[in-house]
Design a protein around this ligand. Structure first.
Ligand SMILES: NC(=O)c1ccc[n+]([C@@H]2O[C@H](COP(=O)([O-])OP(=O)(O)OC[C@H]3O[C@@H](n4cnc5c(N)ncnc54)[C@H](OP(=O)(O)O)[C@@H]3O)[C@@H](O)[C@H]2O)c1
Length: 376
């Protein structure tokens, strides 16, 4: 359990001690924001070195004293703001966990193989690791017990056995949503993706679209989050692109490389999810699309990467039909380098529409992909 909240629960029983304890606690609980916080001691509570290099943890709002009072009010109201993050050990999920902790939520990180120690989390605030399989109602219900909010960041990129796009992104997602509603969870965030469309001929994209509909039916107030392709220091997208551009003299593009992409920083998406959950007034949008600042064609992106790392591969167009055949073979390998659903995604523009609010609506300035490239 997140330490400050344990302290605050005790306060509710001893209201007479509240002010005194809050001041004492404020002296030991410092602000993460070393750059802009002028009201608290310049010392982090967590180990900042554990954060991801150039993408630091979000910076908190000051002053600390005001936030302490808000915590006390929440604690007095019995609102401990526990959020369960399903897929809490994944590429996005573990960042969501960290950003929620930074926003002083209490967090459960649920997955089939939970991490005993929160990844990239300082010593003062750790998630509770929980074993849960979203196909298993009992474990999902247990993980949701007492939660104020839930985030479904479970992914499936390659179908294997009973793990199909339909079973994970539609049936299990709807089951999780139903259990969340039945158990009184107030906020549900469902991760989908830009371009999700139940009428798509691509099985992955169609399942994402049907999943959105099914989740909405099971939990009418759910918030759907559709990120564009995400980049981060340990991603499967940009790091692969950099490695290939660096090593290949001839670079095979998806088609003629004209598909439009708007990559978004994984840290920005995680922070946005924490901010959406922070809005307890229920005034948030039913759907957000989170994308980066710049729209690239795939060809532009490859050239940009090549320029940054001073590589000069020759770009050649490879038809999508050939990519699909290659991906079909690749999916049989133990470590899958490319999947058919990735190929299908690369055939459709992956750009935020103007129909849904984005990062700016949550006052987040999207980080540039070039920032990460410079650090590679
Ligand atoms: N990555 C992107 O660029 C991108 C772009 C747009 C949308 N999205 C969406 O964002 C979400 C998160 O994606 P990601 O890339 O962060 O995924 P990821 O890195 O593959 O992580 C998936 C997480 O889900 C857990 N998981 C998988 N199967 C599970 C199951 N049956 N029950 C419980 N937990 C399970 C995994 O842990 P265990 O294996 O230990 O269970 C892991 O924690 C997904 O909905 C994805 O479609 C991603």
């Amino acid at each position: 359990m997140q330490q400050p909240f344990c302290v605050f629960f005790c306060f509710t029983a001893r209201l007479a001690q509240r002010t005194c304890m809050a001041r004492k606690s404020a002296t030991i609980r410092h602000c993460h924001n070393l750059e802009s916080c002028h009201d608290s001691p310049k010392q982090p509570i967590g180990d900042q070195s554990e954060h991801d290099g150039i993408f630091p943890s979000p910076l908190c709002n000051c002053p600390v004293e005001k936030r302490m009072d808000e915590d006390l009010e929440r604690a007095a109201a019995g609102d401990h703001r526990l959020v369960t993050v399903f897929g809490g050990t994944g590429f996005l999920g573990r960042r969501v966990v960290r950003h929620l902790l930074d926003h002083r939520f209490q967090v459960r990180a649920a997955s089939r193989h939970p991490n005993p120690i929160g990844p990239g989390v300082g010593p003062g605030a750790r998630p509770e690791p929980v074993t849960a399989d979203i196909h298993d109602e009992t474990s999902v219900a247990a993980a949701l017990s007492g939660a104020y909010g839930a985030v479904n960041a479970v992914s499936l990129y390659v179908e294997r056995g009973r793990e199909t796009f339909d079973s994970v992104h539609v049936k299990a997602a709807a089951g999780l949503a139903r259990l969340a509603r039945e158990r009184g969870v107030k906020r549900l965030i469902h991760l989908s993706g830009i371009g999700a469309d139940p009428n798509s001929s691509a099985p992955y994209i169609a399942a994402r679209g049907r999943g959105e509909v099914a989740v909405r039916e099971a939990f009418p107030g759910a918030t759907i989050i559709r990120p564009a392709v995400m980049f981060g220091p340990d991603d499967a997208f940009l790091t692969t692109l950099v490695r290939l551009v660096r090593t290949l003299p001839v670079y095979p593009m998806f088609g003629r490389g004209q598909t439009k992409l708007q990559p978004v920083c994984v840290e920005d998406v995680a922070e946005a999810i924490a901010r959406v959950l922070e809005d307890s007034g229920g005034g948030s949008s039913p759907c957000y699309e989170f994308a980066g600042r710049r729209v690239y064609t795939y060809q532009d992106l490859v050239r940009s990467v090549a320029d940054r790392i001073k590589a000069r591969p020759r770009l050649v167009a490879v038809p999508f039909a050939l990519w699909r055949i290659l991906a079909m073979g690749a999916e049989l390998l133990p470590s899958v380098p490319i999947t058919r659903n990735q190929v299908a995604l690369m055939q459709c523009d992956n750009v935020a529409s103007s129909d849904h609010p984005g990062l700016e609506s949550l006052h987040i300035a999207p980080k540039e992909l070039e920032e990460l490239l410079s650090a590679m």
